[in-house]
Design a binder for this molecule. Structure first.
Ligand SMILES: NC(=O)c1ccc[n+]([C@@H]2O[C@H](COP(=O)([O-])OP(=O)(O)OC[C@H]3O[C@@H](n4cnc5c(N)ncnc54)[C@H](OP(=O)(O)O)[C@@H]3O)[C@@H](O)[C@H]2O)c1
Length: 258
């Protein structure tokens, strides 16, 4: 096991994926350090080291990266994609200065095929990681069940639920992605590894019907065309049916959530 004993720094360790990753690493017996802009909350596991820092300003990053065996970069701000690029610049500078031996980045399947600002930023961050001079690993995953449920919830608040026509998704369990990242972070730097997708490709209509059944909501469901450039989602570049390695289905995840 590479760099055993030295902590794994999880940026975004307070987020959806980051929390799952911290739990997985602790269960695996790894030492963990979380980077957050917030002070340590009372709910943080006692075993976790806490580093307060901001990836945008670079504040606290020298201390956060000091002595770590790997960094897993999960922090992100989809509402301000340009900030992800700036954050990656700051993180790679600090990690290189601290001679971090392994930088792991979580990315998204198909970011080069679907023209959104967020995906363009993720692609740029991948390039920054690859060119950082730090040994690296990049894993691309499909959408998490949590995120798909969040979207479906927003689309079904009204008596009629609207879903995009001709679009499918392949949601994956965030804990399974966390397990894969934990394993990658303890192994040798591997470059771009095989994408990770959920077990099923489902149309937006199928996902909505599953969501409504799983949450007990009764709605009419209509399909609507996707607007603008995000029509590219219809081509399915964000799917990876050949890497459907996730096991927990969306329906099972919903059942577990209840
Ligand atoms: N959601 C999906 O479906 C999905 C699918 C595939 C890949 N991914 C990728 O997985 C990663 C995690 O996604 P998520 O949904 O788990 O994220 P999330 O829940 O929104 O969490 C975002 C995290 O980023 C941290 N953060 C934001 N700005 C920061 C800054 N300036 N300095 C330090 N930390 C900062 C936040 O920490 P504090 O607020 O504590 O500072 C928070 O923990 C992202 O890279 C995303 O692209 C997501």
């Amino acid at each position: 096991m590479a760099n055993e004993g030295r902590p794994v720094l999880v940026t975004g360790g307070t987020g959806t994926l980051g929390r799952a990753l911290v739990t997985t690493l602790l269960e695996d017996g790894r030492a963990v350090r979380v980077l957050s802009r917030q002070p340590r909350p009372a709910s943080a596991a006692p075993a976790v080291e806490w580093a307060v820092g901001d990836l945008l300003t670079g504040e606290g990053l020298a201390a956060a990266t000091d002595g770590v065996g790997a960094v897993v970069h999960c922090a992100s701000n989809p509402r301000r994609p340009a900030e992800d690029v700036e954050a990656a610049v700051q993180l790679t500078l600090a990690a290189r200065a601290a001679q971090v031996p392994h930088l792991v980045y979580i990315s998204i399947v198909g970011i080069e095929t679907v023209p959104t600002q967020y995906y363009a930023a993720k692609l740029r961050v991948e390039e920054l990681v690859e060119d950082s001079g730090i040994p690296w690993t990049v894993l691309r995953a499909t959408q998490f069940h949590d995120f798909v449920a969040f979207l479906l919830d927003a689309l079904s608040r009204t008596p009629v639920a609207f879903v995009p026509r001709g679009v499918s998704d392949q949601p994956v369990d965030v804990h399974e992605v966390a397990q894969r990242l934990a394993a990658l972070s303890t192994g040798a730097p591997a470059g771009r590894v095989e994408d990770m997708g959920g077990p099923q490709v489902l149309t937006a209509m199928e996902l909505m019907r599953t969501y409504l059944a799983g949450t007990g909501r009764r709605r009419w469901v209509w399909t609507v065309p996707l607007p603008g450039r995000i029509r590219a989602f219809r081509a399915g570049g964000h799917l990876t049916p050949e890497h459907a390695t996730g096991r927990l289905t969306f329906a099972e995840w919903l059942q577990g959530r209840r």
